[in-house]
Design a protein around this ligand. Structure first.
Ligand code: GLN
Length: 546
C-alpha cells in the first residue's frame, strides 16, 4: 500500500509548495521509490482549461489531454515522469463526480453532503492514485484557513485513519519573513499558521520555512518548540537563483532521510543515498555558464511571468545543455504594433513566439516574425506562433494579400489557418480542441528531424485551428518546408525554412515546451538555442567554445 505525504501551505500563497512537493518527489524517486504527485486545487473549475493565464499562469497539458495547473509541469520536470489527468483534482471535478453519482442513484436516496460524500470521494481518488506507487505526494492548493480548502483538509485529516497513522505525513510550508525595521526574521506567522492547521486536527510533522535570509539554529529551535516538531524537521527553504537547487538544499538538510524515517520506509540497499549528480550538474552549469544569448519572448501575457512558465523553463534547459545563460527579453506583442520590431527586437539573438488565443497583439507577432525571417535571426514559433509564421509567409512571400487565421479573421479570403469542417458549429468550449499527445512524422533531411534524431515523435497539443491543407502546395512552392505531419489525419505539425534560406526558422503546432526537462532539454529548444549561439558567435567573432 502507498504512503502519503501531504503538503499544505500557510501565511501567504506563492511560497513554493509546488516546488517543495516536486523536490520531495525528486529525492524519493532518487532513492528508488515509485512516486506519484497529485495537485489538489480548491476551485470550482473542473479543470484549468478555461482559465485566463493572467489570473492563473499557464495551462499545462498532459499526454492524455488534461488541462491542468502549472504545478503539474513542475512535477513532471522534477520527477522526470509524464503525469495524467488523475494527477490533478479540483473542487469542481470532485463535485461533478459526486453529483453524477447522485443522479445515477448511487447514494440510495441518502442525503448527499460535503462530509462524508465529498470527503470520501476525495479519499477514494487518493487511494486509487496510490495503486502501483510507494509514495503519493499530495499538494493542497491555497492557504490553510481558506474556506474553499476545508473539505480537502478534512479529507487528508481522515486519511490518517483510513490508511493508518504510520502511513501519512503532513508537511506544512510557511513563511518566515524578514522585518527590515526590526532587522530580524519573524516566527509568529508560522506559529499562527500551525495553530490554524491544528485547529482542524492536522499536526504537521515537518515545517518547510520559506525565507530570504539564513535561519539560525536558535530560530529553528524556537519554531520547533512552539510548533511541536523536532528541530531537524524545521527545514529552511531560501530564495534560490534557480528552483533546481531546492532538492539539493533539502537533501543537505536530510529531509529525505527524515521522511523515510517517519514513514518507516527503508532505504533500498541500492540507493542508501540519492544520486543527485545530474541535478548538481544542472545547477552548476546554470550558475556558471560562461556565455549567453538573449531571446525575445514575444507574447500577449508577458507581464505575468508564470503565463509562459514551461517556455522559459525549456529555454533554461536548452541553455544548460549548451553551457549558456539564456536571458529572456519579454516583449509585449502589442507594443511592437506601436514601437516597431526594429526598436523592440534590436540586438536579440533569437525570437520565440509562444502559444495564445484571441486577436490582441497578433499584428505585433507577425511583425516580429517578419523581422526575424528577413534578418535571419533564429526563430521558434509554438502553436499560435507557428500559425502566424504561416500567415506571415503566405502574406509576404506567397503574396496572398489578406491571408490570415480564421480565428482572428473568420471572413479572410485566404484562410491559411482554419477550423476543419468537422469542428464547425460545435459550441461547447473546449469541444473542438485538439488536446494531448499525437504522433508526428518527421521529414528526412529537415532541421526538425536532425534536432530530434528520430523519424516519429509524440508531442502534446492544445489548439483548435490547423494549417489549411488547401494552401500547403502554394506555401511549399514558395519555399516553406513541411517537416512534420500527424499521420492519422494528415495535419501539418511542423514548418521550417531550409538552411539555404534561413539559419533556423521552425514553427511547431504542438507545445514542445511541455516535454522539456532540466536533464533532458527538448530537442527543438536545444537546436533553437544552439542556432542562436552559433549565429551570435559568427556575428561577434566570439569563439563558440564547443
Ligand atoms: N489559438 C490557436 C488555436 O486555437 C492557437 C492555440 C495555442 O497557441 N495554444 O488553434
Amino acid at each position: 500500500m502507498a504512503k502519503y505525504v501531504f503538503i499544505t501551505g500557510g501565511v501567504v500563497s506563492s511560497l513554493g509548495k509546488g516546488i517543495t512537493a516536486a523536490s520531495i518527489g525528486t529525492l524519493l524517486k532518487k532513492r528508488g521509490f515509485r512516486v506519484s504527485i497529485i495537485k489538489v486545487d480548491p476551485y470550482l473549475n473542473v479543470d484549468a482549461g478555461t482559465m485566463n493565464p493572467f489570473q492563473h499562469g499557464e495551462v499545462f497539458v498532459t499526454d492524455d489531454g488534461a488541462e491542468t495547473d502549472l504545478d503539474i509541469g513542475h512535477y513532471e520536470r522534477f520527477i522526470d515522469e509524464s503525469l495524467h489527468a488523475d494527477n490533478s483534482l479540483t473542487t469542481g471535478k470532485v463535485y461533478s463526480l459526486v453529483i453524477d453519482k447522485e443522479r445515477r442513484g448511487a447514494y440510495l436516496g441518502g442525503t448527499v453532503q460535503v462530509i462524508p460524500h465529498i470527503t470520501n470521494e476525495i479519499q477514494d481518488r487518493l487511494v486509487k492514485a496510490g495503486e502501483g506507487h510507494d509514495v503519493v505526494i499530495v499538494e493542497i492548493g491555497g492557504t490553510v484557513g481558506d474556506i474553499e480548502g476545508l473539505p480537502f483538509l478534512e479529507a487528508i485529516r481522515q486519511m490518517s485513519s483510513r490508511v493508518g497513522r504510520e502511513n501519512v505525513l503532513y508537511c506544512h510550508v510557511t513563511l518566515v519573513p524578514w522585518l527590515e525595521a526590526a532587522r530580524e526574521l519573524k516566527t509568529k506567522p508560522t506559529q499562527h499558521s500551525v495553530q490554524e492547521l491544528r485547529r482542524i486536527g492536522i499536526l504537521p510533522h515537518i515545517l518547510v520555512c520559506r525565507t530570504s535570509r539564513r535561519m539560525t539554529e536558535e530560530m529553528k529551535n524556537k519554531i520547533a518548540l512552539f510548533c511541536t516538531v523536532p528541530t531537524e524537521a524545521v527545514i529552511e527553504m531560501m530564495d534560490e537563483p534557480t528552483i533546481y537547487r531546492v532538492p539539493l538544499s533539502m537533501h543537505r538538510q536530510r529531509l529525505d532521510s527524515l521522511i523515510l524515517r517517519y514513514l518507516s520506509l527503508s532505504a533500498s540497499q541500492l540507493f542508501p543515498e540519492p544520486d543527485l549528480s545530474d541535478w548538481e550538474r544542472v545547477v552548476s552549469r546554470f550558475t556558471n555558464a560562461p556565455r549567453g544569448v538573449e531571446i525575445a519572448l514575444v507574447g500577449k501575457y508577458v507581464q505575468l511571468k508564470d503565463a509562459y512558465l514551461s517556455v522559459t523553463e525549456a529555454l533554461n534547459h536548452a541553455g544548460i545543455e549548451h553551457d549558456a545563460k539564456v536571458t529572456v527579453r519579454s516583449v509585449e506583442s502589442s507594443d511592437i504594433e506601436r514601437d516597431g520590431a526594429e526598436t523592440l527586437l534590436d540586438g536579440v539573438d533569437g525570437v520565440l513566439i509562444p502559444g495564445g488565443f484571441g486577436g490582441r497583439g497578433i499584428d505585433g507577432m507577425i511583425s516580429a516574425i517578419r523581422y526575424a525571417r528577413e534578418r535571419k535571426i533564429p526563430i521558434l514559433g509554438i502553436c499560435l506562433g507557428m500559425q502566424l509564421m504561416v500567415v506571415e509567409y503566405a502574406r509576404h512571400v506567397c503574396r496572398l494579400a489578406g491571408a490570415h487565421s480564421q480565428e482572428m479573421d473568420p471572413a479572410t479570403v485566404h484562410p491559411v489557418i482554419h477550423l476543419m469542417a468537422e469542428q464547425v458549429g460545435i459550441e461547447k468550449l473546449g469541444g473542438t480542441m485538439r488536446l494531448g499527445a499525437y504522433p508526428c512524422d518527421l521529414a528526412p533531411g529537415s532541421a526538425a528531424r536532425r534536432a530530434y534524431g528520430a523519424d516519429r515523435v509524440s508531442e502534446r497539443h492544445r489548439h483548435r485551428y490547423e494549417l489549411n491543407n488547401t494552401y500547403r502546395g502554394r506555401l511549399e512552392e514558395a519555399g516553406l518546408v513541411v517537416s512534420g505531419v500527424c499521420p492519422e489525419r494528415n495535419l501539418v505539425e511542423i514548418v521550417e525554412l531550409p538552411a539555404s534560406a534561413h539559419p533556423w526558422f521552425v514553427g511547431c503546432q504542438f507545445h514542445c515546451e511541455l516535454k522539456s526537462r532540466p536533464t533532458r532539454p527538448h530537442p527543438l529548444f536545444a537546436a533553437f538555442v544552439g542556432a542562436a549561439l552559433r549565429e551570435k558567435a559568427e556575428r561577434t567573432g566570439e569563439n563558440e567554445g564547443e
